[in-house]
Each structure stands twice: as structure tokens, then as C-alpha cells.
Design a protein around this ligand. Structure first.
Ligand SMILES: CC(C)(COP(=O)(O)OP(=O)(O)OC[C@H]1O[C@@H](n2cnc3c(N)ncnc32)[C@H](O)[C@@H]1OP(=O)(O)O)[C@@H](O)C(=O)NCCC(=O)NCCS
Length: 174
């Protein structure tokens, strides 16, 4: 990965940059996300800011090239008592001009390291046809456990998703 990239959790002050990147992701890779551009584009900046995770361990990690946000990856722990040992990685995106430079891998590894401190299993879902994301996740140890057929519909096209898990060592605060 380029030495100029730094990864840190996004803060409320990053909301504008996050909104722009998120909308770019939803517009350019609609089949990769459960949310849609049509649903999120009308949201006010304050709504985005309010939705950004504010309490650890939930977080959105940003990859920065200088001051520019060039990639993101989210992490959330299941809320219900019997599921709090599991977390989910969501919303992974790298700006097209920064791809194939190990930024995605670094973001996902960051989520894994963070998740390891809080949960014993990390889940993710990836489009079966999404070679770059599948290679990124599989390369970092995620294992497939099933296929969700027709998980995402974009226009008239249905996209199957591969369901993934990664076992993590028992965290200190579990
Ligand atoms: C998936 C994504 C985040 C990967 O980001 P990236 O920064 O380009 O990935 P990296 O450079 O870290 O590469 C990680 C691995 O994927 C491979 N890879 C990257 N792009 C690839 C492509 N287009 N085809 C095949 N493999 C690819 C790399 O070779 C690397 O594998 P290796 O370590 O075995 O060499 C990026 O392509 C993206 O934002 N895609 C659109 C949104 C998306 O699909 N998000 C995932 C939702 S589940």
C-alpha cells in the first residue's frame, strides 16, 4: 500500500467527505451494496452525521491520502444480547483511482484487527460476481458458508451474494 495512506475511524467532522464517497460508491457500484443511491442521495448532511457510528466498537474506518478520503469500511456489532459475539463488516469501497494499490486490503485488515478486540466472529457478504472484493476477503481469511440467492436487485437484474465468516480469537472484553 502507498506510504501516503493512513487509516483512522471517521469522526463527525468527516461527514461531508463520507457522504460524497458513499454516494459515489452507491452510484458507481450499485450491485455491491444493500443501500441504494436513490435512498441516500436525498439525505441531509446532518442525517448522515447522525447515522455515523459514535460509540465504540461500531465504526467506519477511512483511508486517507493526505486530507482526501479515498476508501471506507464499516464495522457493526449485532445489538441483540445473544448475537453480540458477532460483528459485520459493511460498506467497503475504494475510489477507482486508488484501487489495486492494497488500500482495500488494508481497510479490511483494519476492520479485522478492530473486530478481534470485540467479537469472536466477523461476517460479510459479497457479490458472487465481484472478483476484486472476493479476492480481497478470501485473501484475508474469510470463508464462504452459503449463497444468498437474489440478495440484491438492481433494476431488472438479481445478484447472488456469497456469505462469509471469519473466526477471530477470543477478545479480551468478551
Ligand atoms: C473491492 C475493493 C474494495 C478492493 O479494493 P482495492 O484497493 O482495489 O483492493 P487491493 O488493492 O487491496 O487488492 C486486494 C486483492 O484483490 C485483488 N484485486 C483487486 N482488484 C481486482 C480485480 N479487479 N480483479 C481481481 N482481483 C482484484 C488484488 O490483486 C489483491 O489480491 P492479492 O493480494 O491476492 O494480490 C474495490 O475494488 C472496490 O471498492 N470495489 C467497488 C465496491 C465493492 O465492490 N465493495 C465491496 C462490497 S462487498
Amino acid at each position: 500500500m502507498s506510504a501516503t495512506i493512513q487509516i483512522r475511524p471517521l469522526q463527525p467532522s468527516d461527514a461531508q467527505a463520507y457522504q460524497a464517497l458513499r454516494l459515489e460508491a452507491l452510484r458507481t457500484s450499485p450491485e455491491a451494496f444493500g443501500s441504494s443511491y436513490e435512498e441516500e442521495a436525498p439525505l441531509a448532511l446532518e442525517t448522515i452525521r447522525a447515522r455515523m457510528p459514535s460509540t465504540d466498537p461500531n465504526a467506519i474506518f477511512g483511508a486517507f491520502a493526505g486530507k482526501d478520503l479515498v476508501g471506507v469500511a464499516g464495522f457493526a456489532v449485532y445489538e441483540r444480547l445473544k448475537a453480540r459475539h458477532k460483528g459485520v463488516m459493511w460498506g467497503v469501497f475504494v475510489k477507482p483511482e486508488w484501487r489495486k494499490q492494497r488500500v482495500g486490503k488494508a481497510l479490511v485488515q483494519h476492520v479485522i484487527d478492530h473486530a478481534s478486540r470485540h467479537v469472536i466472529m466477523l461476517e460479510a457478504a459479497v457479490g458472487l460476481a465481484n472478483a476484486s472484493a472476493r479476492r480481497t476477503y478470501h485473501g484475508l481469511g474469510f470463508k464462504p458458508y452459503g449463497i444468498e440467492r437474489k440478495a440484491i436487485r438492481v433494476g431488472d437484474i438479481f445478484h447472488d451474494e456469497e456469505l462469509l465468516y471469519l473466526d477471530l480469537p477470543q477478545p479480551r472484553d468478551a
